[in-house]
Design a protein around this ligand. Structure first.
Ligand code: PMP
Length: 360
C-alpha cells in the first residue's frame, strides 16, 4: 500500500521498530535523557535557540497552545487565512474570545504581504497575526519570510501553523522572527501521530506573562518549567511516540536538513510535472505550489470519489480528497516525510491507469 496522504505519513521500519521498546518511568533518568536529546534535535530542525516544547497531542492542540499561551480574551487578532487550516486557527482564537479579524484570500492563492501591511496599518490595535505556513487543504505555501517581515515592521506577534511544513520545507524560525511555530509528529517527521511540537521565543514568553486565556493541559509555561527543572513533561507523555521521534530525528540528522528540503522540492516537482503530463490541472497558483502536498483539480467528467476508490482498491495507492468547500472538487497527493521521486512516479502511473474508470 502506498499511503500518500498529507499525514499521517508512512513510517520507516526502523522507526516503527523503535516504538516496540518496553515502557520506562516517565519520571526517571532514562526519560529525561530521551526528552533532552529530542528537544535539542528539534531545536536544530526548527533552526531556533528558543524553546521547543513537546505536547502529547495532535497539531490542532499545538495551534490551540499557541493561541491560549500568548493572548487574552478581547485581544484584536489578524487571522490570515488561505484555506481550511487558516480558518481553523481563526476559529480557535475566536472560541477563546479573541477579537478575530479575518483576512481571507481566495483558496489556491497565497496571502499577499501587501494586503497584510494594509490591514495592520488600518488596525494599529492588532496584537498578533495568525498565519499558516503551508496550507495543506489547498497545497499552497505562503511566503512566510515576507509576511513575517511585514508583521515585524509593525512589531506584532506572529503565530505560525507550520504543521505540514517545518522539517520538510525550510523555515528558519529565528531568522524569520517567528514567535510561535507549531507542527505535528505525523507529518514530515516520519513518526506516528501523537506529538505536537511548539517553539516559543523570548517575545512569545513576554506575551505569555500577560496572556489571560484559560489553559491547563496546554500551559506551555508549565511545560517549560518541567523541562528546564526536571527534564520531564507535566503530564504523562506518549512514551512510545517519543521513542519513534528519537529514531526519526536521528535519520533526519543523518540526511541533513538541506538535503531533506531538496528532496522534498524534487519530489514535489515530480508530482506536479507528472500530473500535468496526464493533462490534469494543478489547483494552486503554481509559483506557490507546496513541496509537501500537491492539490489537483478533479478533471471535468471525473468523479473524484470514484477515482480515489479505484486508486485505493485496484492500485493500492491512498490519496486524499478535498476538504470543506473543495470536497469532490480536488484531490491531493501527500509527499512529505519518507518519500522519494520514485514513489511519486508510481503514484502518477496509478492515477493515469485509474482515470478512465472514474469518468462518468
Ligand atoms: N494545520 C495544518 C496545516 C495541517 O495540515 C493539519 C493536519 N492536516 C493541522 C493543522 C491539524 O493537525 P492535527 O490533525 O494533527 O490536529
Amino acid at each position: 500500500m502506498q499511503l500518500r496522504i498529507p499525514g499521517p505519513t508512512p513510517v520507516p521500519e526502523e522507526i516503527l521498530g523503535a516504538q516496540t521498546k518496553q515502557m520506562i518511568n516517565h519520571r526517571g533518568k532514562e526519560f529525561t535523557a530521551l526528552i533532552r536529546k529530542i528537544t535539542e534535535q528539534l531545536k536544530g530542525c526548527f533552526q531556533t535557540k528558543g524553546d521547543v516544547l513537546i505536547l502529547t497531542a495532535s497539531g490542532t492542540a499545538g495551534m490551540e497552545a499557541a493561541v491560549v499561551n500568548t493572548l487574552s480574551p478581547g485581544d484584536p487578532v489578524l487571522a490570515v487565512t488561505i484555506g481550511a487550516f487558516g480558518e481553523r486557527f481563526a476559529d480557535i482564537a475566536q472560541r477563546y474570545g479573541a477579537d478575530v479579524r479575518r483576512l481571507a484570500f481566495e483558496w489556491g492563492h497565497p496571502a499577499d504581504p501587501e494586503a497584510i501591511r494594509g490591514a495592520l496599518k488600518a488596525a494599529p490595535d492588532i496584537r498578533a497575526v495568525l498565519v499558516t505556513h503551508n496550507e495543506t487543504s489547498t497545497g499552497v505555501t505562503n511566503d512566510l519570510e515576507s509576511i513575517s517581515k511585514v508583521v515585524k515592521e509593525f512589531d506584532k506577534l506572529i503565530l505560525v501553523d507550520a504543521v505540514s511544513s517545518i522539517g520538510s520545507i525550510d523555515l528558519p524560525t529565528d531568522r524569520w522572527q517567528c514567535d510561535v511555530v507549531v507542527t505535528g509528529s505525523q507529518k514530515g517527521w516520519m513518526t506516528p501521530p501523537g506529538l505536537s511540537m511548539v517553539s516559543m521565543n523570548e517575545r512569545a514568553w513576554q506575551a505569555y506573562d500577560k496572556a489571560k486565556m484559560p489553559r491547563f493541559y496546554l500551559d506551555l509555561g508549565k511545560a517549560r518549567k518541567f523541562y528546564d527543572e526536571k527534564g520531564q513533561t507535566p503530564w504523562t507523555p506518549a512514551v512510545s511516540t517519543f521513542y519513534a521521534m528519537s529514531a526519526a530525528l536521528d535519520m533526519i540528522e543523518k540526511e541533513t536538513l538541506p538535503k531533506i528540503f531538496e528532496r522534498h522540492s524534487r519530489t514535489a516537482r515530480a508530482a506536479r510535472e507528472g500530473v500535468k503530463s496526464l493533462g490534469l490541472k494543478l489547483f494552486p497558483q503554481e509559483a506557490y505550489a507546496s513541496n509537501t502536498v500537491t492539490a489537483i483539480h478533479g478533471p471535468d467528467g471525473v468523479d473524484v470519489k470514484k477515482l480515489l476508490q479505484i486508486l485505493r482498491e485496484d492500485h493500492g495507492v491512498v490519496l486524499s480528497g478535498g476538504q470543506g468547500k473543495l470536497e469532490g472538487k480536488i484531490f491531493r497527493i501527500g509527499h512529505l516525510g519518507w518519500v522519494s521521486e520514485a514513489d511519486i512516479e508510481e503514484v502518477v502511473k496509478a492515477v493515469e491507469a485509474a482515470l478512465p474508470g472514474a469518468r462518468a
